[in-house]
Design a protein around this ligand. Sequence first.
Ligand SMILES: [Zn+2]
Length: 519
Amino acid sequence: MRPEVEIYDTTLRDGSQGEGINFSVMDKLRIAEKLDSFGVHYIEGGWPGSNPKDIEFFAEARRRKFKNALLAAFGSTRRKGVPVETDDQVRLLIEAETPVVTIYGKTWLLHVKEVLRATPDENIAMIADTVRFLKDNGRFVIYDAEHGFDGFKDDPEYAMATWQAAEKAGADIVVLCDTNGGSLPSEISRITAAAIARLGMPVGIHTHNDTGLGVANALAAVDAGAMQVQGTINGYGERTGNCNLTSVIPNLALKMGRKCMPDSAIRKLKEISQFVDEIANIRHDARQPWVGEAAFAHKGGTHVNAVQKLVSSYEHIDPARIGNSRRVLVSDLAGRSNIVMKAAELGFNITNDTPELKEILTRIKKLEHEGYEFEAAEGTLGLLIRKILKHEDPPFVIEGYHVSNRRDKANSVCQASVKVQVSGQFEHTIAEGDGPVNALDQALRAALVKFYPRLKTVRLADYKVRILNSGAGTGARTRVLIESTDGKENWATVGVHDNIIEASLQALSDSLEYRLLKR
Ligand SMILES: [Zn+2]
C-alpha cells in the first residue's frame, strides 16, 4: 500500500529529549525493531553529532535489517563560516550510513540574527550547502524547517526563501516545524497551504503539544495537503511533548480516511504504546486517548445500560480496531448492568432479572463504603458474586495464624504459622520470610499445597498498600491490593482492615481461593 500520509517516528530522538526519558543503546534498538515491525515509514534514530550514544546506536543499527522503515540520522545545517565538507557534525551524519538524513535549519529571522548571529544570506547558504552535500553523498534528504510557522508569521518572504533554498539544493521533503508548539490549527493550515502552493516538493509537518494542539495541528496540516507527519509514540518529547503518534495515526486512518498505515498495523497501536512505556519505565497513562486503559471504560450506570444494548451508543469507535478493549467498571456508581457485564466477564451467567443481583449490588456498595476497591480486584469480586449465587462451602478455612518478628543485631527475621482446615482435615505449617506478609504467604501456601497441589505455581506478582484515612495516623485503615500469577494468567484481590496483616491475609486468602475456583 502506498501511503497518502507517511509516518515519521522521532521517539528515539525528539522523544528522548522528554523529561524522565532515558534510553540506553539496547533500549533504542529494541524500540527501533518494534517500530519497524509496527510499520512506520521512517525511524529517526538519533543525532550522532550530539552524543556518542547515538553514534553507537547507528553502528549497531547498521547490522540489522529493517523491513518496513527507513532509518534516519538527524542533525543540523553546517556551522556558520565552516565549509560543509569539513564540518564534523555533518561528517558524522554521513558516517551514520543511514539511507535518510534529516537536517534542521533556521526559518525565523529572529533566530538567524539573535541565536545564530548570521546574516540572512549566510543562513540560506548554510541550508543550501548542507542539503547539496548530503544529496551528493546519495542520501534521501528531509529538511526540517525549524520555527517554520513562527518564522513565516514574522516574515513570509524570508521563510519561503529558506524553503526554496532547500528545494533548489535537492531536498526530497520539507517539513514545517511548529517548534515552540504555540500555533493554532487555522494558522498551521493557512501556512502549510501557502508552502504547498509555492514549492514543488512534498511538504510534511512536525508539531509540539505545548497548547494541547499537537495532534490537531498535524491533522490541520494534512488537511491542507501535508504528506508526512512527524511525531513520537505516546507523545514523548521536550516540555509537554511532541505530536502523539498513537492519536494522530488512528485519527488519520480511521477518522479522516487517509491511507497511512494498514488496519492490521493499527490494531497493534495499544501494544506499541504499552511497549514503549514499558521500555521507558513509565506508567501507561490510563486516560490516554485511543490506547489508554480508560479509553473505553464505562462507569456510570446509565452509560453501561446503554452500551449493553448498543455498543456504539457511548463509544466513538470499536476499540478492537486499535487493539484496545471495552471495560466495565464496578463502583459506587454501578447500576445493575455493570454487575451483569462484569459477572459475564468472570464467567457467571446472570441477567438484570436474577434475584440475587440486588444482594450482590448492596454488598458491593457496603464494602466500597468500608474502603474496598473492586475496579482492579476482579478476583475478590468474582468470589463475592459466587458466594451469593452459589451457597457452597469455601475450599478452605483459615482457623488461626500467628506472626512474629524478631531482630538479632542487624538481622530481622519474620516467622508465621498458619492453621487451615479443608473438609474436616487440619494442617498446621510454619514458614519464615523477609517480612510478615511474605512469611504468612509462604506458610499459607505450604499448608494448602498439601490439599491442592495446583497452588504450587501461584506466586505474588505485586503488592500495594494504601492508607485510607491517613488523618488517623498509625490507627488508619489499610487497603491491600495483591496481584498474583500462575505464569499464565494474572488476577488481583483486595483486603481492607485496620490491621495491615489482616488486610494482607484477606487478599492472600482470596487470591488462592480464586485460583482454586477458576480450575
Ligand atoms: Zn521537535
